[in-house]
Design a protein around this ligand. Structure first.
Ligand SMILES: [Zn+2]
Length: 79
């Protein structure tokens, strides 16, 4: 998985600094529940993973569009 965005983000769920990686369709082998829209990301669908830098076990799989919306509208970014 290659970094999607080299800049760390603030994870909308945990408030922790996190990195975003893109999961290619062929790498997506399991269904995941997207925290943004609460629907299932089916296997074979490219999506993103938000990995908190200090708590990688809290990583969550998102639709890319849902995460982008959440980052823009959901929480205020830390400065
Ligand atoms: Zn979603």
């Amino acid at each position: 998985m290659a970094p999607l965005n080299p800049e760390p983000i603030v994870d909308p769920l945990t408030g922790l600094e996190a990195t975003v990686t893109f999961v290619q369709p062929y790498q997506a082998r399991k269904p995941y529940q997207c925290p943004g829209c609460a629907t299932t990301i089916e296997p074979g669908i490219g999506h993103v993973v938000v990995v908190p830098t200090c708590a990688t076990d809290l990583r969550r799989h998102w639709h890319r569009r849902c995460l982008e919306w959440e980052l823009r509208h959901g929480v205020r970014r830390r400065r």
